[in-house]
Design a protein around this ligand. Structure first.
Ligand code: CMP
Length: 131
């Protein structure tokens, strides 16, 4: 997902350019907005964390770009491309170093495993939206 902060800042194109340059194939993509309830479902794994309420409020605060990306070693390579969760710790040249402003408003989300990528892809897309 390209998060609401990056969409609001006009960085959809800049981020997609970096994703393309890194060799990912876009298998599905849309601009959409999660309700507070849907954001809560997406991030249910974090529901005991102190930042859960803030996270769900932020993620439902405006449109996001949801996408399914394909590549050999996609999960690890995407995590390298986006950089550390907290942009203060992200390496130079990563998406979060360039476009994130804080640990909460950190521009992009990437799945942390192939299994979660399949779950998160199915959360946003139906079969006729995946190519
Ligand atoms: P993401 O990769 O989308 O997965 C969970 C998100 O929780 C994470 O990126 C951060 O944006 C957010 N998050 C993690 N730690 C904090 C925190 N301390 N305060 C606010 N948000 C956080």
């Amino acid at each position: 997902m390209i998060k609401p902060d990056a969409v609001r800042a006009g960085n959809i194109g800049n981020i997609l350019r970096m994703i393309n340059a890194a060799g990912f194939r876009i298998a599905a993509m849309k601009l959409t907005q999660m309700s507070l309830e849907r954001a809560g479902q997406f991030y249910a794994v974090h529901q005991e964390r102190p930042f859960y309420g803030e996270l769900c409020a932020f993620m439902s605060s405006g449109p996001i770009v949801a996408a399914i990306l394909e590549k050999e070693n996609a999960v690890d390579d995407f995590r390298k491309l986006i950089g550390a969760t907290n942009p203060a710790n992200a390496e130079e040249g990563t998406i979060r170093k360039l476009y994130a402003t804080s640990v909460g408003e950190n521009a992009v989300h990437g799945s942390d495993s192939d299994e979660n990528a399949a779950i998160e892809g199915a959360f946003h897309f139906g079969g006729v939206e995946m190519y």
